[in-house]
Design a protein around this ligand. Structure first.
Ligand code: N01
Length: 536
């Protein structure tokens, strides 16, 4: 810990990050009479929706679901303009929440946490920022987001490229104008799928560099239907409660799906896929009960989407290159507006890196498969060092000075997707082991924040100072996450869920599938007096 002249400010909770997680944690802590401080590296609240400003950035869960449910007046008063809200509206919503609940005076902006050490004698976290502020906190809540450290692959020669380089997750605040430009996009995940159709409309020429083809289902976005809004608002609490019973914490309005894809005729199957395709969004993956657990059923869904791609994309070679071969849903499904059709434009070209890998950059562009591709601007849509990247950049040390980098050497060990053995009184919000990646993340955040607040209240009621997961509980929990994943198709491809998108990252399946069972598990641990934890 660096020596600074600044005295450490004592707080009950130091909360890192002012996205949806940090905002709700601050509100909850204050309502419980705790002194809490949020620190945020960015210049405003909003987290993900502050940084990800690329063209087309919007949520892929319906706005009426992707919003806080903890306050009836908030959810009644707020009006979303579109079925899937765009980034500016989501950022306005985060700011509205900060203002409505008077949170701003508890948030220190432009303040990046540098490190935190657990002081076992004082039973407190001693934390400091890159700008020298210090805090002494009973509890440390990391709410920095599972997708907050952009992945910038180490392409040979990239520094030689003379054009502009942008990253979707770190997009400039001023408008970027691609008019008349030749643009290259590397990556075809969710960010790229949203950005590509809009960049293609503006740029003179767009070249997309694809390493793995992606499955995208239509969003059918549009203005929010006022009748639908009124219907939801007539019983918003009931709607939220029904969504919490769903595997992903959303989607309770979709038609029931209790049958196997293998139990119906091909004609019936296609009709049912088609029905979901017309509704749009992630519901396509829930057309049948077994698409995520049975590879044969999954293959039928994958083939349905491949047929859609072939029917949409005119050039047969491009269509074939766009057809994914891994199980659908194994990498996060993308929700699109005109993604595949964009490849019919005369100014768009797809380069299949599987056939022609990137060899290196030149001042004018990049060389792939022996051909030089020239462009004025390059967009890296290469994703994130997900779930661990942000935490592993900290100087975080637990009991006995153990470094998080050592504790997580073989992968991000955790208990209940929140706690880490040897790191008492630390809660990692929507991190490894949580259901965040498979859940409407706001629902996941609300659940974890409520659990953490309840845990602190229980400790305070009993006059206890610390809570710490045991190494055994941690090992058991990580085994549980992996056992659940092994019953699904999620281990059958290279995804960021597995850490497989980052060279050298330990391969460990990080998110837990199944929100309702997770909620029940957390509740049971608390009910039984925090089994798997040592209270001190
Ligand atoms: O990132 P990604 P993202 N050379 O990791 C490619 C959420 N999100 O920012 O598949 C060449 O999905 C990589 O290729 P491959 C959502 O949870 C939500 O798009 O690894 N290519 C892939 O094509 C999502 O899952 C929303 O072979 C390289 C792409 O870059 C998560 O964020 C919108 C490469 C990265 O795709 C991440 O999405 C956006 C290399 N060295 C994001 N390295 C919505 O709510 C990587 N790639 C709508």
């Amino acid at each position: 810990m660096p020596e600074t002249a600044n005295p450490a400010r004592p707080v009950d909770l130091l909360i890192v990050g002012a996205g949806f997680g940090g905002l709700y944690m601050l509100l909850k802590a204050r309502r419980q009479g705790l002194a809490a401080q949020v620190i945020e590296a960015a210049g405003s609240v909003g987290g993900t929706w502050y940084h990800n400003r690329y063209p087309g950035a919007r949520v892929d869960i319906e706005s009426m679901e992707y919003s806080f449910g903890f306050d009836e007046a908030l959810q009644q008063d707020w009006h979303w303009t579109e079925r899937y809200a765009a980034q500016p509206e989501l950022l306005r919503y985060a700011n509205h929440v900060a203002d409505r609940f008077g949170l701003r005076d508890g948030i220190r902006l432009n303040t990046r946490l540098a490190g935190a050490h657990f002081d076992a004698s004082a039973q407190r976290w001693q934390a400091w920022s890159e700008t020298g502020e210090r805090w002494s906190a009973r509890f440390l809540v990391l709410a920095a987001g599972p997708l907050s450290t952009p992945n910038r692959p180490d392409f040979p020669g990239l520094a030689d490229f003379r054009g502009r380089v942008l990253h979707t997750a770190d997009w400039p605040h001023e408008a970027v104008d691609f008019s008349g430009q030749r643009v290259g996009v590397i990556g075809t995940g969710s960010s790229a799928v949203q950005a590509i159709p809009l960049i293609a409309e503006q740029a003179a020429q767009l070249t997309v560099f694809q390493r793995t083809a992606t499955y995208a289902v239509p969003a059918h976005n549009g203005p929010l239907d006022p009748d639908f809004e009124a219907r939801i608002k007539a019983d918003y609490a009931g709607f939220r409660a029904r969504n919490r019973q769903m595997m992903g914490g959303f989607g309770s309005l979709l038609p029931p799906n209790r049958i196997s894809a293998l139990a119906v005729s091909p004609e019936q199957r296609d009709a049912m896929f088609e029905q979901r395709w017309r509704i749009g969004g992630f519901g396509v993956l829930g057309t049948f009960s077994d698409l995520i657990v049975n590879p044969a059923a999954n293959e039928l869904a994958g083939e349905f989407v491949r047929r859609k791609i072939r029917a949409t994309v005119h050039d047969p070679a491009t269509a074939e290159a766009l057809c994914p071969r891994h199980p659908i849903g194994c990498k996060r499904l993308c929700v699109d507006t005109g993604y595949y059709a964009t490849y019919n434009r005369p100014n768009v070209r797809l380069v299949d890196l599987a056939a022609a890998p990137i060899e290196g950059f030149t001042p004018a562009g990049l060389v792939a498969g022996g051909e030089e591709h020239r462009f004025d601007s390059l967009v890296l849509a290469t994703g994130f060092d997900a779930m661990t990247g942000t935490v592993l950049r900290l100087d975080l040390r637990g009991r006995g000075g153990e470094r998080i980098q050592d504790h997580w050497k073989a992968g991000p060990l955790n208990c209940l997707g929140m706690a880490i053995a040897g790191f008492p009184n630390l809660f990692n919000l929507v991190g490894p082991g949580s259901t965040s990646a498979f859940t409407n993340v706001i629902v996941a955040i609300e659940h974890q924040v409520d659990w953490i607040a309840g845990c602190i209240a229980d400790l305070d009621a009993q006059g206890l100072a610390t809570i710490e997961a045991t190494p055994q509980a941690e090992a058991d929990y990580v085994a549980h996450v992996n056992t659940v994943a092994a019953r699904t198709i999620y281990l059958n491809c290279n995804s960021w869920y597995l850490g497989a998108n980052i060279a050298g990252k330990p391969r460990m399946f990080m998110p837990l599938f199944g929100f309702p069972a997770y909620v029940e598990k957390c509740a049971e641990v608390a009910r039984q007096g925090y089994t798997g934890f040592v209270l001190g």
